[in-house]
Design a protein around this ligand. Structure first.
Ligand code: FES
Length: 123
């Protein structure tokens, strides 16, 4: 089953300066995640405006039907963070219920979880 990474494309880190660079940090992170996910059949990427976690930019969500879903934040628009997010999404896609053992978590996602959402009609 495919896991979707939803990237907030309007996120701005605390030091964002529109005059220096009008591209938001969320747009930059989305580009890096889209690049990192190329060739990953288990992961899709989409962009969305504000996920309502602005103080914790950059924010993303990890979602799949009938699995635990997650919101993560405090990412930087770096290749390391993008690679870690895609690696985690791949593990999520290959898990039965969206639970990935902590020992398998990529280092880049540790400390970034903001919320875990249970399956709507699940346990
Ligand atoms: S702008 Fe990204 S969560 Fe609000």
């Amino acid at each position: 089953m495919t896991t979707t990474i939803t990237v907030c494309e309007t996120c701005k880190c605390a030091d964002w300066d529109a005059e220096k660079d009008p591209q938001t940090d969320g747009e930059k992170l989305a580009e890096l995640i889209e690049k990192a996910a190329q060739g990953s059949p288990d992961v899709t990427v989409r962009r969305h405006a504000c996920l309502m976690g602005c103080d914790f930019a950059c924010n993303i969500a990890i979602q799949a039907d009938e699995k635990l879903n997650y919101v993560l934040g405090k990412f930087e628009p770096t290749a390391d963070d993008a690679d870690g997010i895609v690696a985690y999404a791949t593990l999520h896609a290959n898990s039965e219920k969206g639970q990935v053992p902590y020992r398998e978590w990529p280092q880049a996602i540790k400390g970034h979880f903001r919320a875990r959402l249970p399956v709507l009609d699940g346990e």
